[in-house]
Ligand binder design. Sequence first.
Ligand code: XUL
Ligand code: CO
Length: 435
Amino acid sequence: MTTGFFDDIAPIVFEGADSANPLAFHHYNPHEMIMGQRMEDHLRFAVAYWHSFAWEGGDPFGGQTFERPWYPQDDMGRAKQKADVAFELFDILNVPYFCWHDADLRPEQGSFAENLSTLEEITDYIGQKMENSKTGLLWGTANMFSHRRWMAGASTNPDPDVFAFAAATVKGCMDATHKLGGQNYVLWGGREGYETLLNTDLGQELDHMGRFLNMVVDYKHKIGFKGTILVEPKPQEPSKHQYDFDAATCIGFLRKYGLENEVKLNLEQGHAILAGHSFEHEIAVAAAEGMLGSIDMNRNDYQSGWDTDQFPNNVPEVALAYYHILKAGGLGTGGTNFDAKLRRQSLDAQDLIAAHVGGMDICARGLKAAAAMIADGGLETALKDRYAGWTSADAQAMLNSDLDSIQARVLAQGINPAPRSGRQEILENYVSRFV
Ligand code: XUL
Ligand code: CO
């Protein structure tokens, strides 16, 4: 028996690029083999519970626009109804994973003890649903940014009682993630940052955040959680300055607190844009350090300057992201989580399905284009050619040499570098052949 929310829309199937059916996959074909692996296993799609089921359509100027049978979300019976609808969407999309914050799943109660017991109850209920579903848990996380108790941060809060509340909350969320067979555990530093240095001891807050993350890693090993711990960079919003600004900042932080072999990065397209980077830049930075963990797939509006979390629709951008993911050997335990929400006028249940179908198709097109570029090898050949000078014995020896001897060699050999074209337009033209 279904909840009726999706009006008995049939499961979405692959119909190919020529189909005009808006509720069919035109490019996402889970079983298609790409570089020796099923497309589904490359992309590892996940539905984000918060945007698709908990967010009510509000923006800074107005509240709820959606009307869902599980509103208001303050009751356990309706939380279970919400889970029933969520698993119907997962089945309709045939999506392998979903992701949650604790606060998306359970009603928010007053005390920590009440929140813990409702989280246990709802995750037991979800665990039962997972037994009859092919959808697994990509990651769980704690919402430590919405309730007013978190307004000055969680692990970076000046009040040690908030640090304690955060530690207790993360323990509960890690337990629930472990119970549901989660593949990763994510920490996005929602309000781990500051509004003004006039009231902030930045050094102390960073030390507390480093200590907190070490406790998370210790607890992972204690309970035998095999998933990956991930942090998610974002430069601002909601805090004016966020400590996890971008991939490079996070990597420096992880190294400082001895976590570089324990924690990887969950990179989000929109966060990259907010940081003034491209998504592929963030992916390449993480990959160069062996810290690419997972991705949150969405897009930002390039005009508005805040985190609009729209479903992706730009194949060339997505193709370059997957190009760097494939080059790095794939997403491992990570996946492609649609950290994306409907526009607030998209009221219908069908909009929710269409948004995911479109996002999955765009990612499939990007993946196929990326794999085709790798198979063709044009970019790799151009890259090798550009760095070819470094294969010479002299060039390699120089890296183990010193300024004195290098200067002597420049004088002796009369070295006078000849500038060469970077061929950017030629390479951009090459990419457009594939996208
Ligand atoms: C916020 C954001 C979060 C994290 C999980 O911008 O991306 O949804 O992904 O807390
Ligand atoms: Co995100």
